[in-house]
Design a protein around this ligand. Structure first.
Ligand SMILES: O=P(O)(O)OC[C@H]1O[C@](O)(COP(=O)(O)O)[C@@H](O)[C@@H]1O
Ligand SMILES: [Mn+2]
Length: 643
């Protein structure tokens, strides 16, 4: 090992004892049970529902409460306590209002602090003390450690502990302590979070999800098609940018663009007001009682048309300059017969309805008007200068990837493009042909290149980001074509169907899944593929666990817009030292409801896989890293201290 490197390391470990202590510490960790991994996907801006799942650890908090207190507390009391752990600030407020006098409150504090400590002690039993310390509320670390590490000889110390708790209460710190301990518990039940794509679009608060993830103790992200659309916009792709605005208009969420990310929509609105009228096909899809007002609704409808037309024009130019995207069928503006309001697609002619092509020149349909050009330039400038968006997109890039191999599993939002026979589909880019893992790697390479060069707007890397959103062989899209145009302008629903890649039926087959795992150098006996992207329709009896447990699909529809088709409100997956469990969540309405009724969202668990022996850290990704650290520390020991 490089002696310079070891000299540097010796600055940190400047005594023999320090090295030895760290080696012993790391070896001890290797033998602890593996931490709990928590998988979520397709959050689609549903911050509140996501928060709830994080706060209850997909049922883990409740499970631990039941393990500890089943004998002692009623179901109602356990529910109350669980609600306190999920939403401590709000719950404390409610409780305080309900008590008549200080004694009652004090008694409650003592009881709750005691329960919290028991819960934390139990939830942290598989972690080192140092890890627990990091999870404790900062101002109370010393006090909590005193309280936690009670010796067996409890009777002698009891007055001492009671005194500490009394002091905390009389100094007015009890609320803060309970709140801190609640968050510690939430943090302890989940060691690491995987977000298997689609944080953005459709729902109202993707930015708040991003903030939560930025502050989360341990997380990785597998990009979804909607996430790369946002990355693409920030990286300079005008067509991705048109898409994100179009989707926000469609879902009545333009606040995300304007208020949250501070992007000025005024120039777009001016253009929209000039060219467009009300149009039923472009009214917002989701409306609430107070949003939007009649005027806003009309404005959104116009903006929606203006940006959709810009999008279609921009798509045409990319399709023409990238023949190997194989998308000439999507040159729809050119296929229109504008005089007769008709279009021929795949050899069949359909009437065009709800048309709004006043800005489309039949002789040059993909030409942006000068005004459109200016608008999109201004929007791009605004997007690329939004500090908040920059922070969120950088985080997506830092923690994200197109796929992830983690503890033997393959995590990927969409699919591995396959042909009907189950061969990996080939795509030729710039005269080189890629398939399977190599194809995904080259996609990721282009995406990172586009992000590194936001000033390039029409280069291959930037166009490729759009391909990832909508291309036939994109591992994130996984369908033959995106029928956005048809859904606006053609009423025949046959034209709206999007044909899925054969992957989506072949993944039911165990052999196929094994081959895919092998393609990624994973052990097919142990590994699983974990997918998001396609909502599982429980209503129709579809099973999220496929291919004899090799394939798990966790998109159950956090997205409110999709819950009526799935019949549930999302799946999450837990993988701890005992194995894997899939959790189906019932609809989450609001945290107010949880607080009011003390009731949790009911969730049903299904066993995916049971470990024959409890899995240890040694057998995980983290274990591999620790082994390397131990190896380096041993080298340091020999180099420095054993000569
Ligand atoms: O529901 P909407 O807004 O019409 O969007 C439908 C579009 O979304 C997509 O399903 C992609 O989004 P998902 O990744 O959430 O499936 C496209 O295939 C489809 O064209
Ligand atoms: Mn998706």
């Amino acid at each position: 090992m490089n002696s310079k490197y070891l000299d540097l390391l010796a600055q940190k470990y400047d005594s023999e004892e320090k090295v030895v202590t760290e080696i012993i510490n790391l070896k001890a960790i290797l033998n602890l049970p593996k931490g709990t991994e928590h998988f979520v996907s397709d959050l689609h801006g549903e911050y509140q529902a996501f928060q709830h799942v994080l706060r209850n650890g997909s049922g883990k908090v409740k499970e631990k409460i039941a393990d500890l207190f089943e004998e002692e507390l009623s179901a109602e009391e356990m529910n109350e306590f669980a609600t306190l752990v999920y939403y401590p600030e709000e719950k404390i407020k409610l409780i305080k209002n309900a008590f008549d006098n200080d004694q009652e409150l004090e008694h409650w504090y003592i009881q709750m602090i005691d329960r919290m400590l028991k819960l934390i002690s139990y939830a942290s039993s598989k972690y080192t003390r140092s890890k627990l310390r990091k999870a404790l509320p900062d101002p109370f670390v010393y006090v909590v450690e005193e309280l936690l590490y009670k010796t067996e000889d409890f009777t002698n110390k009891e007055p001492y502990y009671n005194k500490i708790v009394q002091q905390i209460i009389s100094l007015g710190q009890a609320d803060k302590l309970i709140i801190g301990l609640s968050y510690t518990t939430q943090r302890l039940v989940v060691d690491h979070l995987h977000v298997v794509g689609d944080i953005y679009d459709r729902g109202p608060e993707p930015d708040k999800i991003m903030e939560t993830l930025i502050n989360y103790h341990s997380v990785d992200i597998q990009w979804g098609n909607h996430d790369v659309l946002w990355i693409g916009a920030f990286a300079g792709s005008k067509v991705c940018l048109a898409n994100i605005i179009r989707i926000c208009a469609r879902y009545n969420n333009l606040e995300i663009i304007e208020d949250v990310y501070g992007i000025n929509l005024r120039p777009l609105l001016n253009l929209a007001e000039k060219y467009y009228e009300d149009n039923p096909a472009f009214r917002p899809k989701i409306e609430t009682e107070d949003k939007p007002s009649a005027l806003e609704r009309e404005q959104i409808t116009k903006i929606h048309q203006a940006i959709a037309i810009i999008q279609f024009k921009l798509e045409s130019s990319i399709i023409k300059r990238r023949p190997y995207f194989n998308m000439s069928e999507r040159l729809l503006l050119e296929k229109m017969d504008q005089d007769n309001h008709k279009i021929t697609i795949h050899g069949k002619t359909y009437p065009l309805e709800n048309t709004s092509f006043q800005a489309v020149d039949p002789d040059a349909p993909d030409q942006l008007l000068e005004e459109e050009e200016q608008v999109i330039e201004k929007l791009l400038f605004s997007v690329q200068h939004s500090e908040k968006l920059a922070r969120h997109m950088k985080f997506l890039m830092k923690k994200g990837s197109l796929y992830l191999k983690y503890n033997g599993n393959l995590l990927i939002h969409g699919c591995i493009p396959l042909d009907e026979e189950g061969n990996m589909e080939k795509m030729t880019i710039e005269n080189k042909t890629y398939a399977g893992r190599e194809l995904l790697d080259i996609f990721e390479h282009y995406l990172r290149q586009a992000f590194a060069h936001p000033e390039e707007t029409d280069d291959l890397a930037t166009d490729m980001v759009w391909y990832l959103w909508t291309g036939e062989y994109s591992s994130l899209f996984g369908k033959r074509e995106m029928t956005t145009f048809e859904r606006y302008f053609i009423s025949d629903k046959e034209t709206h169907k999007e044909r899925k890649n054969p992957y989506y039926h072949l993944r039911e087959n165990e052999e196929m899944c094994r081959r895919i795992l092998e393609e990624f150098d994973l052990n097919p006996d142990q590994g699983h593929i974990i997918n998001g992207h396609t909502p599982i329709k429980e209503i129709d009896g579809e099973n999220p666990i496929k291919a004899n447990g090799k394939m798990i699909v966790i998109d159950g529809g956090f997205s409110k817009a999709y819950q009526s088709t799935t019949g549930i409100a999302g799946y999450t997956l837990l993988f701890n030292s005992y194995g894997m469990q899939l959790v189906a969540h019932k609809q989450f309405n609001s945290k107010e409801e949880v607080l009011r009724n003390g009731a949790d969202v009911l969730s049903v668990k299904r066993l995916v896989d049971k470990e024959l022996e409890r899995k240890k850290v040694l057998e995980t990704n983290v274990g591999e890293e620790l082994l390397q650290e131990i190896y380096i520390l041993n080298s340091l020991m020999e180099y420095r201290y054993m000569k």
